[in-house]
Write a protein of this length. Sequence first.
Length: 273
Amino acid sequence: METILDIIRRFRPADGEVLRIDGVAAEPFAAVDPRKLRIEAAAGASARIVVLHTAADMSVVEVELGEEAQLELTELFTAEAFAEVSVKQAARSRCRLTTVQLSNANASYRIDLDGADAENELGGVFLAAGNEHCVVKLRTGHNVADCRSNSYIKGVAGGQAVGEFCGLVYVAPDAQRTDARQQSRNILLSETARITTQPQLEIYADDVKCSHGATVGQMDADAILYMRQRGLSEAQARRLQIEGFVGDVVGRCGIEPLCGAIMELASVKIEEM
């Protein structure tokens, strides 16, 4: 069975500190344990990029998208790392971010929508077991009018693990007709696990559509009972429910066959929980 590294080695390496994209890149780029990486996508350019963290280290990734540029960025944590990602988007640019934490990790994302009709989507999931601690921080700045953002973070914690999500949507005074959505959904698998979530809105414009929500709860007992009545063990039913919960995020990463490999890693982690 191919490992994540086996798959990534088939992608174009992003080994330097600056990656410039001037056209349509059909083949994905990959960066493994980057200390510092700046991604510059010219107007109209498009690319897919995966950033893999396999070692305990600090990482800074800066992204700048020109007008009508499109980027899909997937960030995967298989070892403890502290990562900062900043994204600046010009008019009519599109950016989709997928972040998956399968170990201790601390990830911070800052999104700035600086041009009209810019759009950003961020999907994230963390699986925390044992004494692990997973942190996701997000600030989405709607700095001009007519932009859209959608963020959805899902967390699962078992044992004595801790998960944290802190998200802020900022809408500038002139950012009319903003459409911003933020959601955090979380599942606790033990009485000693803990997840805290802080979705926030800071709005200075009056013609906006903004929403946020957060839930922290147990597994769906009715769904587990339904599956057990059809011959599954309780462990199998629990695993399938969690796989479906996190697979909704992982499946949107947009880089095949990476999505399937990440889901396999997540399934192994779920078995440990």
